[in-house]
Write a protein that binds this ligand. Structure first.
Ligand code: NAD
Length: 356
């Protein structure tokens, strides 16, 4: 099994080192190959997604990605900025389904900004469509406004659109994921205002006919945002479009106390995937040895489950993470008085020890 290891920038290399340590003690014969991406790709090869890195990602069975981005690249033209690497990989590998579990381990209930009774034991899965919607719709741009009260002024515009097959395939991902969980799907839309999302609702309802064992409900995105902070535990699987999913998944991330705990998977139609922590490159703490590596380690667990057919190894890692939390070990982002503060390396070592 060949795994492309793309550490990236900022804390990326520090957290990736921990995930690699974990993969190396599982007793599997993985072939791990590392390549530059993001700012490191630009610095070494003149492009955030060098051709050699893309070729490796294509050839591998799965991609484990750290994080990209650094303020020092902010003045580059958009196509050369580090963040283009992740957009390029999603597009080139046709990764249309983004899975983000938001799990709050009972030991971390106090780390959330919400009351412990609201979030303790939270276990929801947000599925975001990743390659369509207003982020990719055309036409888009800035033009002279052709009509209406602002005629003749400059205006910015984007196009929200979803093809039927795009909605069908993400709906299937959601219903099938729910079959492995609590068998409930909430489809989030804005059908009361947007044609695109009335269409979304109609198609999701149609696909649901193939899954009589799953309970489906529909919710407007504004209500979903409210319910996520009011009573998040009532959700099981939440499926939505690219833009709503972008916003809601970050909101759900904070329910769990720290973005440093949250893994994610982006899958293609054959379950080949790119796995990465939900956070960015955190330049503010890069090089200090204090970043939380657990989101990356848990991303490696998702990779074993979804792309590499090793669910038992995924479970071993998840159990080891629970064990180190139960021992009271905490990186700075999840530290509370009465627990033991550890650095990035120590946290990685503790997971390795718990695995043994
Ligand atoms: P960020 O997620 O990097 O950081 C937000 C905050 O969370 C910071 O205070 C950071 O210190 C903290 N944080 C993040 N990960 C952490 C971890 N593992 N342990 C402890 N604390 C952690 O978001 P940002 O600051 O908005 O962006 C920084 C850079 O990352 C930007 O260049 C941005 O474009 C990029 N970015 C990349 C990705 C990606 O690679 N997929 C995603 C989001 C942002």
């Amino acid at each position: 099994m060949k795994i492309a290891i793309l550490p990236g920038d900022g804390i990326g290399p520090e957290i990736m080192k921990q995930a690699v340590k974990v993969l190396n003690v599982l007793g599997e014969r993985f072939e791990l190959e590392t390549a530059d991406v993001g700012g490191a790709g630009y610095a070494g090869h003149g492009h955030p997604l060098p051709a050699s890195t893309l070729a490796l990602a294509r050839a591998a069975d799965a991609v484990l990605f750290g994080a990209v981005g650094d303020y020092k690249y902010d003045s580059l033209e958009r196509s050369l900025r580090p963040e283009q690497a992740i957009l390029g990989l999603r597009k080139e590998l046709a990764l249309f389904a983004n899975l983000r579990p938001a799990i709050l381990y009972p030991e971390l209930a106090g780390a959330s900004t919400l009351k412990p009774e609201v979030v303790s034991g939270l276990d929801i899965l947000i599925i975001r469509e990743l390659t369509g919607d207003i982020y990719f719709g055309k036409p888009r741009g800035v033009r002279e406004c052709p009509d209406g009260p602002f005629k003749g002024e400059r205006e910015g515009f984007d196009t929200m659109r979803y093809a039927e097959s795009e909605i069908r395939r993400i709906a299937h991902v959601a219903f099938q994921a729910a079959q492995k969980r609590d068998r409930r799907v909430t489809s989030v839309d804005k059908a009361n205002v947007l044609e695109t999302f009335q269409f979304w609702r109609d198609i999701v309802t149609d696909v649901h006919k193939e899954y009589p064992d799953i309970e489906l409900d529909h919710m407007y995105v504004d209500n979903a945002a409210m319910q996520l902070v009011r009573a998040p535990k009532k959700f099981d699987v939440l499926v939505t479009g690219n833009m709503f999913g972008d916003i809601l998944s970050d909101c759900a991330a904070m329910l769990t106390g720290s973005i440093g705990m949250l893994p994610s998977a982006s899958l293609d139609a054959n379950n080949k995937g790119l796995y990465e922590p939900s956070h960015g490159s955190a330049p503010d703490i890069a090089g200090k040895g204090i970043a939380n590596p657990l989101a990356t380690i848990l991303s490696a667990a998702m990779m074993l489950r979804f792309s590499l057919g090793r669910p038992e190894q995924a479970e071993r890692i998840e159990t080891a993470v629970k064990a180190v939390l139960a021992q009271g070990l905490r990186t700075a982002d999840i530290y509370e008085p009465g627990t033991t503060r550890v650095g990035t390396d120590e946290m990685g070592d503790a997971v390795v020890k718990a695995l043994a």
